[in-house]
Design a protein around this ligand. Sequence first.
Ligand code: EPU
Length: 338
Amino acid sequence: MNIQENISLKDYNTFGIDVKARFFIEINGLAQLQKVLELKAYPDKFILSGGSNILLTNDIEALVMHINLKGITVVEEDEEEVEIKVMAGENWHELVLWSLDKGYGGLENLSLIPGSVGTAPIQNIGAYGVELKDVFVGCTAMELESGELIAFDYEACQFGYRDSIFKNEAKGKYIITSVTLKLTKRDHVLNTGYGAIETELKKNGIVYPTIHDISKAVIAIRQSKLPDPKKIGNSGSFFKNPVVTKKVYEKLKKTHPEAPSYEVDKDHVKIPAGWLIEQCGFKGKRYGNAGVHDKQALVLVNHGNALGGEILELAQLIHQEVDKKFKIRIHPEVNIIK
Ligand code: EPU
């Protein structure tokens, strides 16, 4: 069992926070994972996957298990659809590129999202009008306590906006080992309704887009707004967009008629947290090594050697100021590890 000691996690989290794992192991297979879970010498374990949705604020004393399970297999297919099982350690965007290469539709709007496949269901990743749940069939997860593999179907995952059972009652109890998705082989259902996609396609003179065109458009939009974690540490949207009642929104519109919103249901709207944060004057501001991205205020960035605590302090300040100005509370979508 190759357990390493005092390993820097800087390259294992997209925020690029330089904390240490007291103990660290690379998990390459299911049998090995079961054995590691049985190790009595390391009672506390910490699961690290793509590291794209966490803010590390301290060294980790538990045994860090880096999930590196690989492989994509076709479970079943007919002329119209294909079901694929993807191991948790596969990189999400590489999976999207693989699917496009095969001509499979369904993942194109989710292009360029950092992170790995195994973490996608935890927060039900979503972008440009599509969420993971729209292509999700099920996932397999190993129960930490028993080492047993448990199947979760769509219903069992209880998906919501950036939410699932794995953020609630199943939190900290399972390691997702594989995810099964259903993609289309023809008659792809295209999602071009999101304003920015329409604009990008128009700009390129595309009237009848293919899944490849949509992916290219999404990549261009993301690259124009979101910082590349390889160049500047970040974790995508730091906060969730708050869902408020229409009554609250109407009140907000009296003072800010330009306030954007997305309809959730007949009584609720989502307000872009990026807009609320920008209104509070944070966009592009820098606080030591922590900062707010200059093109998308929902994204907090690590300008250099920021400590996790510095990012967290900035997040708390933003939360306070947004609450003070708008009486609206915004909550992190990033997992904060204290
Ligand atoms: N806005 C501002 N200022 C800003 C940022 C946004 O005014 O600094 C306003 C603009 O009016 C803009 C609107 O907010 O039109 C929406 O902005 P954007 O299209 O960038 O989307 P978002 O609501 O800020 C969400 C997701 C993103 C996802 C995009 C596109 C959440 C928390 N974030 O952001 O997801 O890529 O929609 O679908 O729901 C992520 O989760 O890490 C992520 C990047």
